[in-house]
Structures are given as C-alpha cells and as structure tokens.
Design a protein around this ligand. Structure first.
Ligand code: PEP
Length: 255
C-alpha cells in the first residue's frame, strides 16, 4: 500500500503587502512546523514578488515549500512582465500553480496553453500543481465529470509516466472557489475517484495511486477534516483561509 504525499497549499492570490506577507510566513512557521509529520508538505503560494524573501523564512523548514501562482508558457525572451519556469527554478521554487480557474477565466488560459506551461515547468524541474474544475452551469447541465477529465487529457496526457509523477492535481470546482460553498466530501471524493480512474486508464493503476489530488474551494478549518478523510483526497489547495495563520494551521492539522 502506497502512502500518497499529503499536501496543504495556501494560495494567497493578489493579497498582502510585504510586511504582511512576512508576518504571515513567520507566524505559520512557528505554529505549523511541529504539526507536520514527514509525510506531509505545506506549500505557500505568495505573489511572485515575495518568493525570494519568503524563501529565507522557510529554508530551514523541510516540510515547507514554495509555489509560484503562475509561470510563462515561453522559455525566455521578449515577453515583458512574464516570469519563466527557469527563473522560478533558479531561486529555489519547487512548485507552480498552473491553470487556476482565475487564470483560465480572466486571462483566457486554454488547455492547450496550459499544456505548454506544464512542459516548461517540468523541463525546469518545477512541479506543476495543475488546477481543474467545472463551473456551476456545467455541473447543472453537462457531463461535468467528462469536462474535468478532458482538462487532464488535453493538458497532461501527453506527458511520460515519469513526468506525470511530478504533477500534483488540484480539483477546484469553480462554484466553490471564494463563494463559501464547499463541495461536500462526497461530491469531492466522487470527482477525485473519477480523475484517478481516468489517470489509471492511461498510465495504469500504480501511477494513478501515486498522484496527489488536492481539493480546493472554500476549504476552512471546519470543513477540512471530513474532506481530507476521504480516500482519494490527498490534501487541499486553500485560498481565503490561507491568509490567516491560525485558520490555515488548523487546516494543516486536519490533514
Ligand atoms: C483557490 O483559489 O484556490 C481557492 C480554493 O480559494 P478559496 O479557498 O478562497 O475558495
């Protein structure tokens, strides 16, 4: 029996000025470091401008890691304002969120573009945290499980088995993000099991069993225990509740 890595990631989005970002990080390190066994990882996803600073606060904490919230699909060159996966790697960032629903919605990121981002991240040794999920309208009217499976097919299924093993998946139903409307543990578990089966259909059950699939969407300290207890939910990607050190620490404890 294979123990999948438990991960609790905090996506700060476009929040906090420098002093606040540093304060949150040191509070978290103090509160959460003793909570984490070796099987779990806490990933902080601050705005990119703070990554180097925050790196210094977690460098002696083996269970903490950093993720960027995005990276360019391009390797380097004349792309003003963009940040490449190689740049992330060069400052010691180990993970990058790819395909968050806000990037898909406000920045028109498509499955094909996200496949390019996944490629450049992996080529530079940065692990993608690949976000997927359906809208409320899709859940009500469409084959929403098929829709999310297709997001994986189009952005990940060109990868080799070894490459896929470096990817973390985050299922984040759009109707649950920032709305206070958490998916029930049963709804989330159903999707996670379907996604794992989808991965197994292409890569085999052994590979599928190794992939961490996180749930995201209005996770709180109150909802986390039931969600994280589900067999195919390997932790969480937390937005709003990751901005408060006490709340986020309590979510970490639930994993
Ligand atoms: C997110 O944006 O990844 C997220 C899950 O946000 P929230 O927890 O605020 O719903």
């Amino acid at each position: 029996f294979l123990m999948r890595k438990k991960i609790v990631a905090g996506n700060w989005k476009m929040n906090k000025v420098l002093d606040e970002a540093v304060a949150l990080t040191s509070e978290l390190v103090n509160m959460a470091k003793d909570e984490v066994r070796n099987d779990a990882k806490i990933i902080l996803c601050p705005p990119a401008i703070y990554l180097t600073t925050i790196q210094k606060y977690i460098e002696n904490e083996p269970n903490f890691a950093l993720a960027a919230q995005n990276c360019s699909d391009k390797v380097s060159g004349a792309f003003t304002g963009e940040i490449s996966a190689q740049m992330l790697q060069s400052i010691g960032v180990q993970y990058v969120l790819i395909g968050h629903s806000e990037r898909r919605q406000y920045f028109n990121e498509t499955n094909a573009l996200l496949a390019e981002k996944v490629n450049t991240a992996l080529a530079n040794g940065v692990s993608p945290i690949f976000c997927c999920g359906e809208s409320l309208e899709q859940r009500q009217n469409d084959d929403y499980i098929g829709f999310v499976k297709n997001q994986l097919t189009e952005s990940l299924f060109h990868l080799s088995e070894e490459q896929l093993k470096s990817v973390v998946i985050a299922y984040e139903p759009i109707w649950a993000i920032g709305t206070g409307l958490t998916a029930s543990a049963e709804q989330a578990q159903d999707m996670h099991a379907a996604l794992r089966a989808h991965i197994a259909s292409k890569y085999g059950a052994d590979v599928a069993d190794e992939i961490s699939i996180l749930y995201g969407g209005s996770v709180t300290a109150a909802s986390a225990p039931e969600l994280f207890a589900a067999p195919d939910i390997d932790g969480g990607l937390v937005g709003g509740a990751s901005l408060k050190s006490r709340e986020f620490t309590n979510i970490i404890k639930a994993r």
